[in-house]
Ligand binder design. Structure first.
Ligand SMILES: [Zn+2]
Ligand SMILES: [Zn+2]
Length: 153
């Protein structure tokens, strides 16, 4: 079900504007999008925009916790609307594909450092890097098909 972004913006105390809605729509359509991809999507949706507009919107949305910025090593900043949990990311070091990794605890911080050095830990952000199946030299396992169990009828 698509999120009611107008309500979410109002709840966050932000004015509902077409660029803001377009950015949120773009991120819902393409999670972990880079800012450049978001600019392209917003441009397509609104007919025109500027990178400055989109960056400004992203900064406002991030400050209001409506989007989360992900800083992956070797990548441009990426953004996503999945902010409510403390999930982590898998990144392919070859093609840059990014996948979410659900954390077991689901709430921040889901990991505790062996030594906190006196810090109050508020969040844990883990990046698993490696090769995705497409970039992996090993043939993918033919038995590794997704199983669907949601028979609902
Ligand atoms: Zn890859
Ligand atoms: Zn994510």
């Amino acid at each position: 079900m698509p999120t009611n972004w107008e309500a979410a913006l109002r709840e966050a105390g932000l004015r509902v504007t077409r660029p803001r809605l377009a950015v949120l729509d773009a991120l819902e359509a393409e999670p972990h999008a880079e800012a450049d991809d978001i600019v392209r999507r917003v441009e397509a949706a609104l007919g025109q925009t500027s990178p400055q507009t989109v960056y400004g919107v992203l900064a406002a949305l991030e400050a209001s916790d409506l989007v989360r910025r992900i800083d992956l090593p070797g990548n441009a900043w990426r953004y996503e609307t999945r902010v409510a949990d403390n999930h982590h990311h898998l990144v392919c070091r070859s093609c840059g594909r990014v996948e979410d990794v659900d954390c077991v605890v689901g709430a921040a911080p889901c990991l505790t450092p062996g030594d906190t050095h006196g810090f109050t830990v508020e969040a844990a952000d883990v990046v698993f890097s490696g090769l995705c199946p497409d970039c992996s030299p090993l043939p993918s396992d033919p038995h590794d098909q997704p199983t669907r169990k949601d028979t609902d009828d």
